[in-house]
Design a protein around this ligand. Structure first.
Ligand code: PLP
Length: 407
């Protein structure tokens, strides 16, 4: 293989572990909410790299931050701290409930840290019996063994046992089930404010409030997984801010780096104390390149005008999708908040969300699936109105085509 030799999708099957099945299209360039493939064909990006590219592709402020830092310092390990990490931690604490921050590289790692901290804190304070984790059917928290075990989807745990013990799953949005499941031995309740991979299913505000009260009454910690909902995605900087419930621990990744890998766990000073020197860590966590990009992301997104723009675009997106639902009859419900929207397919189309992805690429629009029955959209928070309209027009062609080929 030389650099001059062209690469194609064939190399995927020949050289990659087959845990993905990408389409033939290989993106090579992105700018704002548009992406181009190897042949120069252009796509409107309504997928946002799975709710990651919150400021679109190659945002000049993020490019400048990365370029500047790349000429200063790339890595020093956690034996040392560094300026971008300290500035980012300070900004995250200023902008949220948090008093302490732990940096890592992904959502799964942020959740792994959250779950370990919850167990350690309860073990320190109340003894090792207070270790049970209450989680929800269809939840998704990442792919490490602990996080797949806490996520409630057997397809991600089958064949990987034995799994970590002490985890129970109950139906989402079911207050009675939560009351019954949480006991004096519960150390944490872990929830996504909107179940993302599970089908873009929002938590009921009353359910989230009840979760806070139940945790308080049993001395359990409330952990919010905001890996997908964080960094402006729902129209608030973090979704908890729109729910009027403050968690004890929050995990954030995806949009935090706007496309550069970085994750963080946020918590209070009292809880953070249970992670003493050496109890947890990561070689790359708090890497200066990642933290300088994330700093530029939070400087841009934690802005009332930008967040107002998310709410405005959200209404336009919802209206557009509801019109498509009415016109083509393939969508039963449009749900979600901010710029995280799910189109729930009608019963006859159950299991066929990926057909919309494939047809989308043919029509020049990138969309996502959230499980087998929901088409998900998570565009850039600053997608230009013209691109949003064009994306919806292309998505309408997808619907027209699929409706004509009714199953
Ligand atoms: N938690 C939630 C809610 C997610 O949506 C995801 C990824 O989709 C993760 C955790 C895992 O994040 P990562 O893939 O960065 O490990």
């Amino acid at each position: 293989m030389t650099d001059a030799q062209p690469v194609s999708r064939k190399e995927f099957d020949r050289y990659m572990v087959p845990n993905y099945s990408p389409p033939d299209v290989i993106p090579v360039r992105g700018a704002g909410s548009r992406v181009w493939d190897q042949s120069g064909r252009e796509y409107i990006d309504l997928a946002g790299g799975i709710a990651v590219s919150c400021l679109g592709h190659c945002h000049p402020r993020l490019v400048a931050a990365l370029r500047n830092q790349s000429e200063q310092l790339w890595h020093v390990s956690n034996v040392m701290t560094n300026e971008p990490a300290l500035r980012l931690a300070h900004k995250l604490c200023d902008a949220t409930f948090a008093e302490r921050v732990y940096f890592c590289n992904s959502g799964a790692e942020a959740n792994e840290a959250a779950l370990k901290l919850a167990r350690r804190y309860c073990s320190d304070r109340f003894g090792p019996q207070k270790c049970e984790i209450v989680a929800f059917d269809n939840a998704f928290h990442g792919r490490t063994l602990f996080t797949v075990a806490v996520g409630g989807q057997p397809k991600y745990t089958d064949g990987f046992g034995p799994l970590p013990a002490g985890i129970v799953h109950i139906p989402f949005n079911d207050v009675a089930a939560l009351e019954a499941a949480v006991s004096e031995n519960t150390c944490a309740v872990v929830l996504e404010p909107i179940q993302g991979e599970g089908g873009v299913l929002p938590a009921d505000p009353g359910f989230v409030l009840a979760a806070r009260q139940i945790c308080d009454s049993q001395g359990a910690l409330l952990v919010f997984d905001e890996v997908q909902t964080g960094m402006g995605r729902t129209g608030d900087l973090y979704a908890y801010m729109g729910l009027d419930v403050v968690p004890d621990i929050l995990s954030t990744a995806k949009g935090l780096g706007g496309g550069f890998p970085v994750g963080a766990m946020l918590t209070t000073e009292r809880i953070a104390r249970s992670f003493g020197v050496g109890t947890h860590g990561s070689t790359y966590g708090g890497n200066p390149l990642a933290c300088s990009v994330a700093e530029a992301v939070i400087d841009t997104v934690a802005d009332d005008r930008l967040l107002e723009g998310v709410r405005f675009r959200s209404e336009r997106l919802r209206d557009g999708l509801e019109a498509l639902a009415a016109r083509y009859g393939l969508i039963r419900e449009v749900r979600g908040r901010g710029l995280l929207m799910g189109c729930v397919l009608i019963d006859e189309w159950r299991g066929r969300a990926r057909d919309f992805l494939r047809a989308g690429l043919e029509e020049g629009v990138m969309v996502l699936a959230a499980g087998p029955d929901v088409v998900r959209l998570a565009p850039s928070l600053i997608i230009p109105e013209g691109d949003l309209e064009e994306g919806l027009a292309r998505f309408a062609k997808v619907m027209e085509k699929l409706a004509a080929s009714a199953p």
